[in-house]
Design a protein around this ligand. Structure first.
Ligand code: FEO
Length: 408
C-alpha cells in the first residue's frame, strides 16, 4: 500500500488486501480488506501502532524502509489477533530495541502466539500514557470488541483515536478517509454483524468514552479512516440499540421443493401484511448477508427439511451461527418438512440455547404442503404481525389481509 500522511508525522503504513475473500476461513469479504498500521514520528520517539497480517509483512517492511525508519522505539499492540500482530515478530527482529506496548492480558496472548520474550514488553494499563516527544499517547481498555484484551490508543495532541477492529470495515479502497458513507456503512455493518454483535452490550460505554474526549479522526485497523466520527458512531448506536424492525429473516434450504413451497408461500403472506422479508437460500447465500440481516430483524423463521433424522446440515450451520451471534431477535419459528418422521424441530430448538426469544408455533408438514398446511402459514403470518404490533414496530397503516388458501 502506498504510504499516506494522515497528519504531520503520522503515516498510514499498512497494507490493502484487494484479493482476500475469506476471513477466519468462514467470513466472506466481498470487498477485500486492509490491515492498517500507523507510524507516529514523535520529536523524541518513534511508535508503530499495530502491524499487518503475516501475508503482507513485506509491504509494511517496504513502507518503513521508504520512510527511512531506522529505529522504532515502541510497537503498540491494540489487539493480539494475527491480522494485526502477525508481523510483530518480524518487526521486533528488524528493530531489536523496539518494545511492545500493550496491557497485561494482551501481552500474555502475544507471548502465547509468538513466543515473544517478557523483556520485550512495556505494560500500560487503562488511561496510562506514553510520551513520544510532542505527542502523548493514551491507552484505553476496550475488552471484548471481540477478544478480551483489546485497547484503543488516543493521540491527545492530534485528536486521533486508533480503535483497532472497533468501528472498522472490511473494505479495500484507495481512499484514506471515507468518501462514500453509504458503501462504508454496509461494510462496517457487515463486519459488526459477523464478529462484534455478540458483545454489543459493552459498546455503548465505548461510544460514550469516545464522545467524551475530543476526537477529530477515528483510525480503525480495517477500512478507511473517519473524518466525521459521528457517522460511524451513530451507526453503531443504531445497531447496538434494543430497537428491532418489522422484519422477518428466513434462512432456508429445500431438497425436493416441499420446504421451498412453504417458504415462498410465507414470503408472500408476510409481504401482504407489509412485513419486510429477507429470505436466504442457504445453498448459495453469503453468510455475511444473513448476519447483517440479523442486526435489525424482530423475527427469524428457520425453514428446514428433515435429512436422515435431523435438520439439513446447511440449516444446522445457519442456526449454529445465529446462536453464536446472539442477535436481538424477539421471536423464532421453524417451518419445514419430513418424509416419514425425525427430530428436526427438536434439534433446531435445542441449538438456540443462547437466544432469549419466544418461539412461535412451528409449521412442520409431511411430504408436500397441503391446503391445511398453507392455512397454518397464514396463521403464522398473522401471529408474527400481531407480535410485531405488540412490539410497536408496525406502522398504523399495516392492514391484515387474509388471502385465499393456496392450492397446488
Ligand atoms: Fe482485525 Fe480481531 O482482528
Amino acid at each position: 500500500m502506498a504510504i499516506r500522511e494522515i497528519k504531520q508525522d503520522i503515516y498510514a503504513v499498512g497494507a490493502i488486501d484487494w484479493d482476500r475473500r475469506l476471513f477466519d476461513e468462514l467470513i466472506p469479504l466481498p470487498d477485500g480488506t486492509s490491515y492498517n498500521s500507523y507510524l507516529i514520528k514523535g520529536d523524541e520517539k518513534v511508535a508503530l501502532i499495530d502491524t499487518v497480517d503475516p501475508t503482507k509483512s513485506q509491504e509494511l517492511f517496504n513502507n518503513l524502509k521508504e520512510l527511512n525508519v531506522s529505529h522504532i522505539d515502541y510497537v503498540i499492540a491494540n489487539h493480539a489477533e494475527q491480522d494485526h500482530s502477525g508481523t510483530l515478530p518480524g518487526i521486533l527482529d528488524l528493530y531489536p530495541d523496539a518494545q511492545v506496548v500493550t496491557n497485561e492480558r494482551c501481552k500474555d496472548m502475544l507471548a502465547d502466539l509468538f513466543l515473544i520474550p517478557e523483556k520485550r514488553f512495556l505494560i500500560k494499563e487503562d488511561r496510562e500514557t506514553l510520551y513520544v516527544g510532542n505527542k502523548t499517547l493514551e491507552f484505553m481498555k476496550a475488552p471484548w470488541v471481540h477478544w478480551p484484551e483489546t485497547i484503543f490508543t488516543y493521540d491527545r495532541e492530534d485528536k486521533i483515536l486508533f480503535t483497532c477492529d472497533f468501528l472498522g470495515s472490511h473494505l479495500a479502497t484507495s481512499d484514506l478517509f471515507v468518501t462514500n458513507e453509504a458503501k462504508v456503512y454496509e461494510s462496517a455493518k457487515r463486519y459488526y454483524a459477523e464478529i462484534m454483535m455478540p458483545f454489543r452490550s459493552s459498546f455503548g460505554r465505548y461510544l460514550d468514552t469516545i464522545h467524551n474526549i475530543r476526537v477529530d479522526i477515528i483510525a480503525p485497523s480495517h477500512g478507511p479512516l473517519y473524518h466525521n466520527p459521528e457517522f460511524i458512531m451513530n451507526a453503531y448506536r443504531e445497531w447496538i440499540s434494543d430497537n428491532v424492525k418489522n422484519e422477518v429473516v428466513i434462512p432456508y434450504v429445500s431438497m425436493h421443493g416441499s420446504t421451498a413451497a412453504l417458504v415462498h408461500y410465507l414470503i408472500d403472506a408476510l409481504m401482504k401484511r407489509d412485513i419486510t422479508v429477507k429470505p436466504f437460500n442457504l445453498t448459495r447465500t453469503d453468510i455475511g448477508e444473513l448476519a447483517m440481516s440479523l442486526v435489525d430483524a424482530a423475527t427469524l423463521v428457520v425453514a428446514c427439511p428433515t435429512m436422515l433424522i435431523g435438520p439439513h446440515p446447511y440449516a444446522a450451520h445457519a442456526v449454529f451461527l445465529v446462536n453464536a451471534l446472539r442477535p436481538k431477535l424477539r421471536h423464532v419459528s421453524v417451518i419445514g418438512s419430513y418424509g416419514w418422521g425425525g427430530r428436526m424441530l427438536e434439534h433446531i430448538e435445542g441449538m438456540m440455547s443462547n437466544m432469549k426469544v419466544d418461539f412461535i408455533e412451528p409449521v412442520i408438514v409431511k411430504g408436500y404442503p397441503k391446503e391445511n398446511d398453507f392455512s397454518m402459514l397464514e396463521k403464522l403470518a398473522d401471529e408474527i404481525l400481531e407480535r410485531h404490533r405488540r412490539l410497536d414496530i408496525v406502522s398504523p397503516e399495516n392492514i391484515l389481509v387474509r388471502t385465499p388458501v393456496y392450492k397446488k
